[in-house]
Design a protein around this ligand. Structure first.
Ligand code: COA
Length: 132
């Protein structure tokens, strides 16, 4: 499943936050899936003209707040280690980068799938924000 169909499926089955501007323009979204007692962030994306205005941070904070309210153990994600608005941004929001030994089989499988799809292994990492 790709593109629009994948997003429609996610809207029907997952936790999704959408950033809507006062004029109704959709500026970005965060899609996530609850696995066990954790919220896994699958995608955080802000449309280019609206980047750098705090929308990405607000979407992330909404997902963190939601996870707190649901008393989840924490949030997970995979991202690029070296892109300034990826791992360093999540670190500033409280996420920790997991070493290979600390990475759960579920997250290792996601990383493996990303690498199989062509992403560079040395640049990808799994991260975790502990809530409980
Ligand atoms: C990552 C992304 C969602 C951030 O959304 P945004 O609305 O631009 O982000 P914000 O304005 O809320 O800023 C978030 C952080 O990224 C940093 N950042 C944003 N753009 C940046 C840039 N061009 N260079 C360096 N840092 C940047 C900000 O400093 C901010 O950190 P801070 O709040 O700790 O200061 C957006 O840039 C994007 O969609 N990028 C492409 C897709 C992507 O990389 N998604 C994440 C995959 S895990």
């Amino acid at each position: 499943m790709t593109g629009a169909r994948q997003h429609l499926h996610a809207i029907e089955t997952q936790d999704i936050w959408v950033a809507e501007l006062p004029d109704g323009v959709l500026a970005g979204f965060l899609s996530a899936e609850q696995v066990d007692n954790q919220l896994h962030i699958q995608e955080l994306s802000v449309s280019q003209p609206f980047q750098g205005q705090g929308i990405g941070r607000k979407l992330l904070l909404a997902a963190i707040e939601y996870s707190r309210e649901r008393e989840l153990d924490g949030l997970t994600l995979t991202t690029f280690r070296d892109v300034p608005w990826n791992a360093p941004f999540y670190q500033r929001s409280g996420f920790e980068t997991l070493s290979a030994a600390e990475t759960s089989p579920r997250l290792l499988a996601i990383l493996r799938q990303e690498i199989d799809h062509g992403l560079p292994e040395e640049r990808r990492c799994a991260m975790w924000l502990r809530l409980l």
